[in-house]
Design a protein around this ligand. Structure first.
Ligand code: UDP
Length: 375
């Protein structure tokens, strides 16, 4: 196909898997990522990587001018519910301001297709056993609200500028690539499956947050989906838009829920090492139960998840066993050969939201990015 797909946040967990599946499907891919949580090593070498920030309109203008962009996949953003409760400014900046920038660039350069990564957190707690896309929207955290605001803006931009969208509302994503070469690697891991896998591998105790929710065993119930199934859906979503089909908002889930306690037990079964755990207090912002109806994904994309919970856990285990230090120090290092696919844009650090939300950890990260940028 004559043209490229621009993937924002393509060095992150979900973005890097989508980049790989796009490359496998024959797309020419360009990635923009500020490496605030992403890793150079996660980006497929067949893609071009621009290290910079999506909020940088001048940088976006250069990218859109120099490349024929057919469509954008927007992954860049923050995803931790409790962190969003304590740092709403960062969340609205990363999840909403960044979308304003990308849409501005798309409008100016006449790019008409966006695949957007949204979340089931826009629904909040639902009384329905499985949530449909037209369910009421009641986010319960700044994270959910920031994504809902971005969704709304994207829909308004279709009416005003004819920019078509495929908005995906994800449920809980887990797993890793089939060869264990890329996977979930956050500086501080907060997601249930990797936390539990780590607890099982290391023998350290973990906590299940809350046991007085309205679910079958009192612990939160979530719908888990394999990151490769999710990535495949993104490729299909982009193809749907490029084929001239209508915009859509689509859940990506399995229509099946597991409680936190069931997840902990299943991890023990897969690894063969029972997990040490205890109940802890409720975590702020958690909804009782979230399960997706995936009827629309089946109807519009012909998509259904192919990989089950045990596969997700097994792939996460494989990735962690192969990479005990995750991407480690190599994560943002690169060889001369690699450098051919990387373009550093030195101003990216100015756009990181830690200038508004100053935290020691973020300052450390800033230093590292500065070092990476000066290499
Ligand atoms: N959770 C837990 N212990 C942990 C991490 C998460 O009990 O160490 C719970 C969390 O409270 C929620 C569920 O696991 O009920 C899924 O949380 P996660 O952060 O993985 O994803 P979220 O649903 O917030 O997107």
């Amino acid at each position: 196909m004559d043209g490229k797909i621009l993937v924002t946040g393509g060095a992150g967990y979900i973005g890097s898997h989508a980049v790989r599946q796009l490359v496998r499907a024959g797309f020419d891919v360009i990635v923009i990522d500020n490496l605030s949580t992403g890793h150079i090593a996660a980006v497929d070498k067949k893609a071009q990587l621009v290290v910079g920030d999506v909020r940088n309109l001048a940088l976006l203008d250069t990218i859109f001018t120099k490349n024929k962009i057919l469509g954008v996949m927007q992954f860049a953003g923050k995803i931790i519910v409790p962190e969003s409760v304590s740092h709403p400014l960062s969340y609205y900046d990363d999840n909403f301001s960044a979308v304003i920038s990308i849409l501005r660039a798309m409008r100016v350069h006449g790019v008409k297709n966006i695949v957007f990564s949204s979340t089931a957190a826009v629904y909040g707690t639902s009384k329905e056993p499985s949530i449909k896309e037209d369910a009421p929207l009641h986010p319960e955290s700044p994270y959910g609200f920031s994504k809902l605001a971005a969704e709304r803006l994207i829909c308004d931009c279709e009416k005003a500028y004819g920019i078509k969208h495929c908005i995906f509302r994800y449920f809980n994503v887990a797993g890793a690539s089939d060869d264990g070469s890329i996977g979930e690697a956050h500086p501080v891991e907060t997601h249930l499956i990797p936390v539990t896998v780590n607890a099982s591998i290391t023998g350290r105790e973990m906590q299940i947050f809350g046991n007085d929710y309205q679910t079958r065993d009192g612990t939160n119930l979530r719908d888990y989906i394999h990151v490769l199934d999710l990535a495949d859906a993104h490729v299909l979503g982009m193809k749907m838009l490029l084929d001239g089909k209508d915009s859509a908002i689509i859940n990506l889930g399995s229509d099946k829920g597991y409680t936190n306690k069931e997840i902990v037990e299943t991890v023990g079964e897969v690894t063969g090492i029972p997990v040490k755990w205890k109940y802890g207090p409720r975590r702020p912002g958690d909804a009782d139960s979230i399960v997706a109806s995936n009827e629309r994904a089946k109807a519009l994309l012909g998509w259904a998840p192919k990989r089950d919970l045990k596969q997700m856990i097994q792939d996460d285990v494989n990735w962690r066993k192969k990479h005990p230090k995750l991407y480690g120090k190599q994560g943002n290092k690169f060889s001369k050969e690699d450098k051919k696919h990387i373009l550093f844009y030195n101003d990216s650090r100015h756009y990181l939201s830690f200038y508004e939300d100053i935290e020691a950890a973020d300052r450390e990260k800033a230093k590292k990015i500065k070092i990476a940028n000066n290499l």
